[in-house]
Design a protein around this ligand. Structure first.
Ligand code: CU
Length: 186
């Protein structure tokens, strides 16, 4: 009779525990393989960034709009790892008739927005952040209402780096910057 862990076990029972042990190991192997696949897929799924030249565009996002809304905001961070400043000069998307870079500010207690006619500066070795309450993209004359959970594409054109097509994640109506936004804000 075999001895297992100091306990006398009848042979069939040892065979069973070996068998179940093997299948647990088998399952663990399968799980870790699945996990590895998930991990490998994670950066692409969560980082949500786009590159053109020395620019990296992080986490473009927008908000779902209430029915009848004519405009939607667009937010993202543009990092410039190059030694030369660049400039975001135009935005185009089939979600709206046109798109502009806006600056939001509070003047005499009134929130106002104005279009940046010359575009948005991206400093050398620096970044430009477009976020609610500050600089933002404005999609004007919506062709459809962006819905929470969907994505829409837009092409950003930079003076030096040229055009790059990015995807905006649509967050909830009135949604604050999602956690993922903070995760790679720096
Ligand atoms: Cu605006």
């Amino acid at each position: 009779m075999p001895v297992f862990n100091g306990v006398l076990l009848p042979a069939p029972s040892l065979a069973n525990s070996l068998k179940s042990g093997a299948s647990v190991l088998g399952r663990l192997g399968l799980l870790s393989a699945t996990f590895a696949v998930l991990l490998a897929g994670a950066p692409a799924a969560f980082a949500h960034e786009f590159k053109v030249g020395s620019l990296e565009i992080d986490h473009p996002w927008s908000r779902a709009t209430p029915p009848g809304a004519k405009v939607a905001g667009g937010y993202l961070t543009i990092k410039n790892s190059g030694g030369e400043a660049d400039r975001l000069v135009s935005i185009a998307s089939d979600v709206s008739q046109k798109a502009e870079v806006h600056e939001m500010s509070v003047k005499d207690g009134v929130m106002t927005m104005r279009k940046l006619d010359t575009g948005l500066d991206i400093p050398a070795n620096g970044k430009a952040e477009l976020a609610p309450g500050g600089y933002h993209l404005m999609f004007i004359g919506l062709n459809r209402q962006p819905k929470q959970g969907e994505k829409f594409a837009a092409t950003l054109t930079f003076e030096k780096a040229g055009p790059v097509t990015v995807e905006f994640n649509v967050e909830a109506v009135g949604g604050a910057a999602p956690k993922a936004h903070g995760d790679h804000a720096n």
